[in-house]
Write a protein that binds this ligand. Structure first.
Ligand code: CP
Ligand code: NVA
Length: 312
């Protein structure tokens, strides 16, 4: 619970966070500013006696551990609910599981496959549900990413973010967040791999005045004069069977020093991790002074404290 609550964050209390588009521009900025204060140790948030439950149907290092540490720092606690040794893995219906869990715990963060699974949890739950990654979105990741961008550039005004590679859950959330914050976003991907129509439509609804989203099939066009170059794996979790095919189709879309030389003079390199060096990103660029990749990973801890502190 935040002692002096920002009025933009007051409305988040008790709310679920399934999509970055559940937040408006003022709320995203307020969460980022709160996370920066938490990082600088200027504010303490007390969530003592509150319990976060984690249900992860897919692997995770950063999200799982940053949520666990975030709850410790808020003086609350965290419990991992492992699908394979609970009745979840044996097919107990979500509507039964969640109506039990809400009697023990205060908030649930869930990593799973279809976004509809989260909708089902939310439908039957009286406690907030947080999207810890689905096939469709990764909103907690982009909160940390835009915090990293704000730390670097102080403002979002006039910035261009270029996402090169596979349009996926991370790029979907980046597109929606850029639409809300009014940044220009270029997607560089092979033909036949463009972002889904639902995301393209949602971006135009969120930001009807400006054409913030541009899709290129030449990565050089996509990064020209950009301030932020972002990439992610070509095959997300659950798409392992497509990996060979994608490696062929994404040849030429590696983010390397040649490509980055076309960006604006002041630019940064981002990746949500885990990364495959030599595939979507070169080792040189990953390890270069332009990289803010480990700042992004650290900022997961701070933005999730800000999020939990506002929701609880
Ligand atoms: N970026 C991210 O969500 O990493 P994990 O899969 O390790 O949680
Ligand atoms: N797009 C990646 C992100 C991992 C954090 C995946 O879904 O596997």
């Amino acid at each position: 619970m935040i002692l002096s609550i920002d009025k933009n964050l007051q409305k988040l209390r008790g709310n679920s966070f399934l999509s970055i588009a559940d937040l408006n521009c003022s709320q995203i900025n307020a969460l980022i500013d709160l996370a920066i204060k938490i990082k600088n140790k200027e504010i303490n948030i007390d969530c003592s006696k509150k319990v976060l439950g984690l249900i992860f149907d897919k692997s995770s290092t950063r999200t799982r551990i940053s949520f666990q540490v975030a709850m410790q720092r808020l003086q609350g606690s965290c419990i991992e609910i492992n699908p394979s040794n609970t009745q979840i893995g044996r097919g107990e219906p979500i509507r039964d599981t969640v109506r039990v869990l809400e009697r023990y715990i205060d908030v649930l963060a869930i990593r799973t496959f279809e976004q509809e699974i989260l909708n089902e949890y939310k439908k039957w739950s009286n406690i907030p549900i947080i999207n810890a990654l689905t096939d469709y979105e990764h909103p907690c990741q982009v909160l940390a990413d835009f915090m990293t961008i704000k730390e670097e550039f102080s403002t979002f005004d006039g910035l261009t973010l270029s996402y090169i590679g596979d349009p996926n859950n991370v790029s979907n959330s980046l597109i929606l967040c850029a639409s809300i914050l009014n940044l220009k976003i270029n997607i560089g991907c092979p033909e036949n791999y463009k972002p889904c129509e639902k995301i393209i439509k949602k971006a135009s609804i969120l930001n009807p005045k400006n054409r913030i989203l541009n899709i290129y099939h030449d990565p050089k066009e996509a990064v020209r004069n950009s301030n932020i170059i972002y990439t992610d794996v070509w095959s997300s979790m659950g798409q392992e069977s497509q990996a060979d095919n994608k490696e062929k189709n994404f040849k030429g879309f590696i983010v390397d020093e040649n490509l980055a030389s076309l960006a604006a003079k002041k630019h940064i390199i981002m990746h949500c991790l885990p990364a495959y060096r030599g595939k979507e990103i070169s080792d040189e660029l990953f390890e270069s002074d332009y990289s803010r990749i480990f700042n992004q990973a650290e900022n997961r801890l701070h933005t999730q404290q800000a999020l939990l502190g506002s929701i609880l």
